[in-house]
Ligand binder design. Structure first.
Ligand code: F6R
Ligand code: ZN
Length: 184
């Protein structure tokens, strides 16, 4: 008799449900200094900025494994700046990642170590290949939650430090209802 293993993780709409799904929430107050208007960020410190649901089937750092996640970014502004994820480089610069749009609308900022950047529009069903040497940040420019899927190597690791110190060379604002992508 072959024992058929029943699936234990399911999509419920665009959410991931099941065993071993880890959820992490980040409030605006957890990264106020990342926003240009950090006082506005402080005033909104209790608001949810984004949550991530992750599936880590192997230990972090293990070579050759894959991690999977869904990031849900709130719609809204901090001052004039659209809500974004912290963004990071991978610790291992050869480790790439896929993002894909599930729901809502936003931008993916990709920045190299020399601070040159490119910006990709994220919409439902769009696929984004993030090179290992590109820091990546999602910005919700829409009027509803931006949900984005991700798949990355378990050995990729995270390097948040340089972003925390230097920030991204691109910020996205709203002025008079218009989106303004600015080099900083
Ligand atoms: C993993 C990855 C995503 C992000 C998530 C939250 O390599 O890129 O799962 O971790 O979108 O963003 P950060 O980690 O920048 O706070
Ligand atoms: Zn990543």
């Amino acid at each position: 008799m072959v024992n058929i293993i029943q699936p234990s993780i399911f999509f419920q709409g665009v959410s991931l449900k099941g065993q071993n799904i880890i959820e992490k929430s980040t409030k605006i107050g957890d990264y106020t200094s990342y926003y240009l208007d950090s006082n506005a960020a402080l005033a909104q410190k209790n608001e949810l900025a984004y949550s991530v649901q992750c599936y880590f089937p192997v230990e972090a750092g293990q070579d050759g494994g894959l991690f999977w996640g869904i990031t849900n970014i709130s719609s809204g502004l901090v001052g004039n700046e659209f809500i974004f994820t912290k963004g990071h480089f991978h610790a291992k610069k050869q480790c790439a990642e896929y993002y894909w749009g599930l729901e809502g609308e936003g931008l993916l900022i990709l920045m190299k170590e020399d601070r040159s950047f490119s910006v990709e529009k994220v919409i439902p069903n769009s696929l984004h290949y993030i090179r290992g040497d590109q820091a990546h940040r999602l910005v919700n420019t829409g009027s509803s939650v931006l949900r984005v899927g991700a798949c990355w190597g378990s050995d990729a690791g995270y390097d948040y430090e340089s972003i925390q110190k230097e920030g991204f060379s691109c910020r996205v604002f709203q002025y008079d209802g218009n989106i303004s992508i600015e080099k900083v």
